[in-house]
Structure formats: C-alpha cells, structure tokens
Design a binder for this molecule. Structure first.
Ligand code: GLU
Length: 304
C-alpha cells in the first residue's frame, strides 16, 4: 500500500519529537500507563492494512466510544434524537457545565460529556440490557468477540467523576435525563472504559469510511445519511475546543479520547487509529495530532 512508507517515515519522525504533553491523571487508573507508548494502525476498505509501534497494545478509548454510542442511539431513535442534543461545536472544554444553563439542559453536541450522558440515557431507555447490548453492538461491528470494558478504569472514574455526576444531575433538572442519574452514569463510565488496540479501533470504525456498511458482510450498520452526519459531527466537534485546529491541520473527521487515542476516517478509503498517552493542554494526544497532520499532508489525502 502507498501509505506504508509515509506511515513508517512519519512515525519515526514524530516519535523523536520532544513531547511536552501530560498523561491524564484525573481518572487515577489512566495515570498508570507507560507514557512513551506510541502506536498506529490503518485499515482500509480494500483490506490494505498496516500497523507500526505499539499498535497491538490495548488502551482506554474513553471519549472515542461516544461515537459508537451515538451511532447505536441514532440508528435506534432516528431524527428525533436531535430534539435532545445540539450539533454545534462547543468551544469549551469536554466537561464544561457553562453552556448547559443557557441551553436549558440541551448539550451542544453528542461528543461533549453532557451530550454523551444524554446518549447514555437514550440507550438505557431503549436497550434491554444496556451494558451487554452495547458491547454486543461494538463486537458485532468488527466481528471481534474479544473487545471488552475495563472494570478497573470504570471504577476509578466512578470514584472521581464528580463533574460528570454534576453534569448528569444538572441536565436531569431540565428534564433531559429520563432515567435514574446513577444508572445513567454507571453506563456512561462503562462506555468510556472500553479498551482496544489501534488495530481493533481502526477495524471497528471502518463502517464510517464505508457509508455506514460493514466491510465484513456489507450489512448496513447505519444509513448513508446517518453515516454522513456522524462523520460531519466528528469533523466539527470531535476534538473538544481544538476541533477547528484538527479540521484545519488534518482535514479528516475524527475523535479523540483522554486515554491518548485518536481515530480518523477518510470516507471511501480508510480508518486510522493513533495512540500516544501524553495529552496537550486541550486534552488531545500531542503526538497523535502531530502524526495525523504530517500523514495527511504527505499523503495528500484528506476530505478537502
Ligand atoms: N470518561 C472521560 C470523562 O468523562 C471521557 C473524557 C474524554 O475522553 O474526553 O471525563
């Protein structure tokens, strides 16, 4: 594949850059990771795949899981989901409370914590066994029955998740949470604790490069329109208040997580996962952002 050489060169180049980022420690369990890890894996819809570095090591995908939760919830409830969620970039931190008051409990988008907490509420209302059914959905997308939550990470976040607890209760006071906040938060913490390696992550996200269809059996996971909209939201809202910067420098829909992972998608071509745990001051992987910027520049492949 043409990308292989560019990935190898860019990997070496970015690996040696002085990384002044910091591993997320507000979820204590995340601070236990070796901060020097760096892995990349690309999966293409033509089955051209390539990985380098620590691409076989699992990590906590954190907020990247919000895209999968949105996919399932959107497919179940359809367009009326947007009565409970906005589609605008927030321009504030991922865990910010400030806009919720002015917006009367309607989160700005599904990828800030407030939005993913509302999505969690929707899934709880619509799934029989939310934790098991959501995991089954994620496993089925990539035909990988090994994928799982981390009980340690979920427990660690639950113990220290005061801001998320506040967000959920605040939204509930406006009537935009229908279930018991503690059930919603338990599901949200489990969701964020999903673990994958770069190879698994790029395989799970390949359906968003394939118009919402599975590349394994061509089954429809999302409609074309749903897939287009989720990619649009990743482009405009996927990187907290650094979303503009990512679109500007990388030019791909993507989503980051505080575990240091980033997934990016080039529709009709590939999904690429990058992992490096040290985060910049906006909470995005320092080396992950750098790598993807160099990669799309050198390969001349982005959506623009
Ligand atoms: N579980 C994390 C939190 O709620 C997710 C944050 C992230 O990855 O952006 O704080």
């Amino acid at each position: 594949m043409n990308f292989k050489k560019i990935i190898q060169e860019t990997y070496q180049e970015v690996k040696s850059i002085d990384d002044n980022g910091k591993v997320a420690s507000y979820i204590p369990e995340l601070a236990c990771i070796n901060s020097e890890k760096f892995g990349i894996h690309i999966s293409s819809i033509n089955n051209d795949n390539f990985g380098i570095g620590d691409y076989k090591d699992q990590f906590s995908i954190q907020s990247i899981a919000k895209v999968l939760a949105l996919s399932l919830a959107y497919h179940i409830v359809g367009e009326k989901i947007w009565e409970r969620l906005g589609v605008e970039p927030s321009g504030t931190a991922f865990n910010s409370l400030v806009q919720l008051e002015a917006n009367k409990g309607i989160p700005r988008n599904p990828f800030v914590n407030a939005g993913a907490i509302v999505i969690s509420d929707i899934l709880i209302s619509n799934l029989k066994n939310p934790k098991e059914d959501f995991l089954a959905f994620v496993r089925s997308i990539s035909n990988n029955s090994e994928l799982n939550y981390s009980a340690e990470v979920a427990a660690s976040e639950k113990k220290t998740g005061f801001l998320n607890i506040a967000l959920c209760n605040f939204i509930k006071s406006f009537g935009n949470i229908k279930n018991d906040p503690s059930d919603v938060l338990d599901f949200y913490f489990d969701l964020c604790s999903l673990e994958m390696n770069c190879k698994e992550l790029s395989e799970v996200f390949l359906f968003l490069a394939n118009n919402g269809n599975s590349t394994i059996d061509n089954n429809s996971i999302l409609t074309n329109s749903e897939s287009k909209r989720i990619n649009s939201l990743m482009l405009t809202c996927g990187f907290y208040d650094e979303s503009g910067e990512f679109a500007f420098k990388v030019g791909l829909p993507g989503k980051s997580g505080v575990g240091g992972g980033i997934i990016a998608v080039l529709p009709d071509q590939y999904a690429i996962a990058v992992w490096s745990p040290k985060l910049n001051e906006k909470g995005n992987s320092f080396k992950g952002m750098k790598f993807l910027e160099e990669f799309t520049t050198k390969s001349d492949l982005s959506i623009f």
